[in-house]
Design a protein around this ligand. Sequence first.
Ligand SMILES: Nc1ncnc2c1ncn2[C@@H]1O[C@H](COP(=O)(O)OP(=O)(O)OP(=O)(O)O)[C@@H](O)[C@H]1O
Length: 292
Amino acid sequence: MGGFAPTSELKAKMSTINSPEKGSAENGSLLVVDDVTLQYKTEAHLITATHRVSFRVERGDRFVLLGPSGCGKSTLLKAVAGFLKPVEGTMRLNGRPIDRPGPDRIVVFQEFDQLLYWKTVFHNVLFPLVTTGTPRAEAKARADAAIAKVGLTKFRDVYPHMLSGGMKQRVAIARAMAMGADILLMDEPFAALDALTRRRMQEELLRLWEDIGFTMMFVTHSIEEAIVLGSRIVVLTPHPGRVRDVLDARDYGLGDVGSPGFSALHRRIHDMLFTEGTAGHGPASRKEAQPC
Ligand SMILES: Nc1ncnc2c1ncn2[C@@H]1O[C@H](COP(=O)(O)OP(=O)(O)OP(=O)(O)O)[C@@H](O)[C@H]1O
């Protein structure tokens, strides 16, 4: 089932993560973004959204794009999804250049609104398989297997309005799994939620990641959310977006909020974004950094 590895395999892979941002490690990386500049051309303006951004995402990463409004987070996600072509630089998934959207990269939208309210859980998962030409019998088997994997078999025949937010998230992830996606792309999926619901959804996402193991790239402008959810965080500075640093957050989860290590990493990122200069997009900044 695509890039979704079992947990033990995933953990073994994660324990070997050692990712200088360039060089020989490229061989093993799932996603390699190399010196990517992204622009929008309007009639009146040429807007450079990101300038020579480089990072790599390993299998099993919970990779976070973090930065203030306008630093190009969503634009980068769109480009990885294949909706926008770089004006310079390259992006490769599994060694193949990204030049269009594909089923190996599934975008999960805010609040999982992409679920079709008139279709059951099963038919929501089945739908993209059938529309992309998977033979019906195989599509049904894949849909049922993915629904079982996210623990929703009992809810197979219910409609989205009867599900909690966390369950809708599971359906959205089951869809991606059934499609054999290698990476889940999430653009601030929890941004519109109240604090309590947001925390529940974060818990649910982390639990599901522990249970199944998948790779995700996640956009947020919340430092806390980035540390809680991310295994690695790329910190971007704006106008145009550049890589300020790539940080390791594997040691911190929901239970660590407020701990000395968590607070130190939070402060460090805050300082990078708000008090330090915006320099740091040279080669040195591409190195993996350890949290304080
Ligand atoms: N469709 C578009 N046409 C022209 N300019 C755009 C378009 N989309 C984004 N931009 C510009 O590109 C830059 C990066 O925008 P982007 O939405 O990627 O930032 P972001 O970091 O995701 O911001 P936010 O956190 O506010 O969503 C901004 O200057 C924005 O105004």
